[in-house]
Write a protein that binds this ligand. Structure first.
Ligand SMILES: [Zn+2]
Length: 430
């Protein structure tokens, strides 16, 4: 099976979450695997949100390798796209559509690589476990959270997994790097309530809740927050730095000196944007509620904010930072912090590195802390280290982080095919 055809078909199932309705898409994958002699299990809490599990027998030289991914996607504002995001159109040598990068493209690579290994009767070093999930783009309650809480036994002795994100291209100083996720930031959502003078809309207003909220949002400046150097970021910066020429290498390595991180990021300008979230906790106001009548100034306003923490930072540390940067003229409530313990296990990195190098000798794999969060957090509770490994070679004019969840999401067909061979090379030798 060709990965681009499989991806086209996966994109045609509209799995926008909410509501997800991933069941048709999962059933389609189930049919493909079953036709190729792979036994599957369908696991679910909600019959419209299925999850698929399959185990392929391998040798006993290695602990089982888990390959997982999600089939749901985020919504697409069709009117802003150049093509229909749910038709799976191939144009200009690329498959276009919602999920092409996140992560139906990756799932297509995984399935094609595993089927190739199965059909060629490759001797696998250990068992391969496939787990295709629903509901990652929301809370994973019908997907990874449900599976990892209720079917722990299916993952006995699994130490390593591959999934999103990693192996996509970033270009720095004329070189091509492949970041491989080995850790991810943690979610801490907060509501801040601002209270001020209420009043009539016709009069000169006093110190209103709106003014206080505006002051808070203005003070919430990235550069005022303290720097945290996470071990994954240290590995990444050292690795990238060591490949750059003089004097770029020395300047880049200064990112690891917290007294100079801000300065170096400012010097880097837009090229530093991808690195910024890896050095600090991030707080972004995203929803505002307050007032319901045009001529009444409300006494309070609630601002909901998305917080993303460097692993190891506690909720209390974060609140301390927020108050230091933004003052304290507000009340914080409904703090939703989902932290988890995770010790980085680098045991599989060199195998991933060789597989990526085999498919692109010029690319340089580097460990990476993902600014967002994925289902890896649930599997880490079972002691499973996930590596982001969906090898995607993107042209310079398609920036990965702007295209996933963005407009005109697409993936080159050639890159899909290369990805299949990189994953295939990896699963032969993990
Ligand atoms: Zn994803």
């Amino acid at each position: 099976m060709e990965p681009e055809i499989l991806l086209q078909n996966l994109i045609k199932f509209n799995t926008v979450n909410p509501p997800g309705n991933e069941y048709r898409c999962i059933k389609y994958i189930d049919k493909i695997l079953t036709e190729n002699g792979i036994k599957t299990k369908i696991l679910f809490k909600d019959p419209k949100r299925l999850n698929l599990y399959a185990r392929i027998k391998g040798g006993s030289n290695s602990s089982p390798l888990l390959i997982y991914g999600h089939l749901d996607v985020v919504k697409a504002e069709s009117d802003k796209w150049s093509i229909d995001p749910f038709k799976g159109i191939i144009k200009e040598g690329m498959v276009w559509g919602r999920g092409a990068l996140d992560m139906k493209g990756g799932i297509a690579m995984y399935i094609c690589a595993v089927l190739k290994a199965v059909n060629e009767k490759v001797k696998l070093p250990g068992d391969i476990i496939l787990c295709f999930l629903s509901d990652e783009e929301e809370e994973s309650k019908s997907g990874a959270e449900y599976i990892t809480e209720n079917y722990k036994d299916l993952f006995n002795n699994v130490k390593y997994a591959i999934s999103e994100f990693g192996g996509f291209t970033i270009h720095i100083a004329g070189k091509k790097f492949y970041p491989v996720q080995i850790a991810e930031k943690q979610i801490c959502r907060i509501e801040a309530v601002f209270t001020g003078d209420p009043g009539h809309g016709s009069l000169v207003s006093g110190n209103t809740a709106f003014k206080k909220a505006a002051q808070f949002i203005n003070k919430n400046d990235y550069f005022k927050y303290p720097v945290h150097i996470h071990p994954a970021v240290k590995l990444m910066v050292n690795r990238i730095g060591s490949t750059l020429g003089f004097p770029l290498n020395l300047i880049f390595l200064l990112l690891l000196n917290p007294a100079l991180t801000n300065l170096i990021l400012k010097i880097m300008g837009p090229k530093g944007d991808i690195f910024k979230p890896m050095f600090k906790n991030i707080l972004n106001p995203s929803v505002i509620n307050g007032g319901d009548k045009i001529n009444v100034i409300p006494s309070d306003i609630t601002v909901k904010m998305d917080g993303r923490l460097i692993p190891g930072v506690t909720k209390d540390d974060f609140i301390y930072e927020i108050k230091k940067v933004c003052g304290s003229d507000f009340i914080l409530k409904n703090i939703d912090y989902k932290g988890y313990e995770h010790n980085i296990n680098q045991g599989l990195f060199s195998k991933i590195e060789s597989a990526l190098k085999e498919s692109d000798p010029e690319g340089i794999p580097v460990p990476f802390l993902l600014p967002g969060s994925t289902d890896a957090r649930f599997f880490s509770k079972l002691g499973i280290q996930t590596y982001g490994f969906i090898p995607i070679e993107l042209p310079k004019d398609i920036p990965f982080f702007k295209t996933i969840h963005g407009i005109d999401e697409r993936i080159p067909v050639a890159s899909l095919k290369k990805g299949v061979s990189a994953v295939y090379n990896f699963i032969k030798n993990f």
